[in-house]
Design a protein around this ligand. Structure first.
Ligand code: AMP
Ligand code: MG
Length: 458
């Protein structure tokens, strides 16, 4: 029985220039790779009798229910510091919103074909980035970090041409609290469209932060959500890779798994993204970049305030609190990783450990997962740590055994490219259950397996 999707899409109540409605472009031979029944259940959807063929037809866009109202959103954004006044969903189509037990969500097909915002792109995705996002977002979710989620992945039967040559095309079904980004506000701010900016602000407050007190309250709420989110990333050794303002989601979920990675060997300066040559989005730059991105958000919000000078003063005070707020969130993430309650002593112990890990080229995940081993590796640190009387059950429960390691993802993608999805399914099971040790997924890469560059998720 096909899935019943009772779309109820409020974004379309906003003015016409917020989006473009358009049908999904058909694909030739959709095949289901994976469907996330667990997520479907959490969304209140009954997928028990959904067949693979029905899922493939639906999540390729070939056969959409009458309730779907496909459209692409417009947005702008600072990309690597330079402002692009118009981006928008170039390879994604919103099917609509669902009001679910998890709250209101957007359902989006990523890789569904060209839209008016595709610029030079083909609007398509190949199986590599689709599987990477599927694995990464399932891992993030299982690790308890706010993230967009993956409901389904299909192959399209149509080749997609990339630098490497023709590759199997695929579509990811993404579920998000919404796709409103800092860049959505920037789009209207850059045009001086204050009416639209007001409507977007009101809509966003109502949808995501109903308790926020006006635009200033919204700014504070978004800052808090971003500080918590990025602190969580830091605690997992996660590097987003493309923290452009169009990839900063207002609801505070991790979004757009392009050239992202969980670090193996710890180093503060680690960068993976092949397009980030300056190291703008290196691991240790993620907090200051978040601060900068939030300042861009504040700038975009100024026109909705009655008095620009007063707004700039108020917003500056809010934004200036970011470093202190972030330091607090960082301490709240790292203290339990050591089995401690947050305190200045716990924070400095965590900082000391990271310094030693960096010198020793220690594996990030495995070091925290086996803190007992620091007795041998870092004896002085270990003694200081034990002197704090840590709760061993707490750090064991906080630090995962399994993260989606880049070299393993690349290996599963290689297999999938030749039509073998078994390694993907095996890895998906492992990363969806990250606190259960599975040896095969806990090994850092051998030197010849090491991936030093990841590519943009197209
Ligand atoms: P991202 O780096 O994934 O955040 O993408 C930046 C912008 O480029 C977004 O507006 C995307 O929709 C667009 N884009 C990326 N890949 C493609 C593609 N293959 N076709 C059309 N637009 C794309
Ligand atoms: Mg993006």
């Amino acid at each position: 029985m096909p899935l019943t999707l009772p779309f109820d899409t409020t974004y379309l109540d906003l003015p016409d220039h917020f989006y473009t409605r358009q049908p999904a472009a058909p694909v030739s031979d959709p095949k289901l790779i994976v469907f996330n029944h667990d997520l479907a259940t959490r969304l209140g959807l009954d997928s028990a009798s959904l067949t693979d063929a029905e899922a493939a037809a639906l999540f390729s866009g070939n056969s959409l229910p009458d309730t779907a109202t496909p459209f692409a959103q417009v947005y702008a954004g600072h990309q690597f510091g330079g402002f692009s006044p118009q981006l928008g969903d170039g390879r994604a189509l919103h099917l609509g919103e669902l009001d679910t037990p998890m709250g209101r969500v957007d359902i989006q097909l990523k890789g569904a074909g060209r839209t008016p915002y595709s610029r030079m792109g083909d609007g398509r995705a190949w199986v590599g980035p689709v599987l990477r996002e599927y694995l990464m977002s399932c891992a993030m979710d299982a690790l308890g970090v706010p993230t967009t989620r993956a409901l389904a992945a299909v192959t399209t039967g149509d080749p997609v041409l990339r630098e490497q040559g023709p590759l199997p095309g695929a579509i990811l079904t993404r579920v998000a609290a919404s796709h409103i980004r800092v860049g959505t506000f920037q789009f209207f701010a850059a045009r001086g469209d204050v009416d639209a900016l007001r409507q977007l602000t009101d809509y966003t407050i109502a949808r995501h932060y109903p308790n926020a007190d006006g635009p200033t309250g919204l700014l504070e709420a978004v800052m808090s959500a971003q500080a918590s989110l990025v602190a969580r990333w830091m605690g997992l050794g996660f590097i987003h890779g493309v923290m452009n303002t169009d990839n900063v989601q207002i609801a505070g979920e991790t979004i757009d798994y392009g050239p992202c990675a969980f670090m193996d060997v710890f180093h503060d300066d680690t960068v993976f993204s092949s397009i980030d040559r300056q190291g703008r989005y290196a691991y240790s730059n993620q907090p200051p970049i978040t601060h900068w991105n939030l300042a861009q958000f504040a700038t975009a919000l100024v026109p909705v305030m009655p008095d620009a000078d007063a707004a700039i003063e108020t917003f500056t005070q809010v934004i200036n609190r970011f470093p202190t707020l972030f330091a607090q969130k960082w301490g709240e993430v790292f203290a339990p990783k050591l089995g401690l309650a947050p305190s200045p002593a716990a924070t400095s112990l965590a900082q000391d450990l990271l310094v030693q890990m960096q010198e020793a080229k220690a594996d990030f995940t495995n070091t925290f997962n086996a803190l007992d081993d620091t007795a041998e590796a870092f004896p002085d640190w270990y003694a200081n740590w034990r002197a704090q009387d840590p709760d061993d059950a707490l750090w064991r429960a906080t630090n995962p055994s399994v993260i989606p390691r880049t070299h393993m993802i690349e290996a599963t993608i290689s297999s999938a490219t030749t039509g073998d999805f078994a390694p993907f399914h095996d890895m998906l099971a492992a990363v969806s259950d990250p606190f259960t040790p599975r040896d095969a997924y806990m090994q850092p890469p051998e030197p010849h397996e090491r991936v030093t560059q990841t590519f943009c998720g197209t």
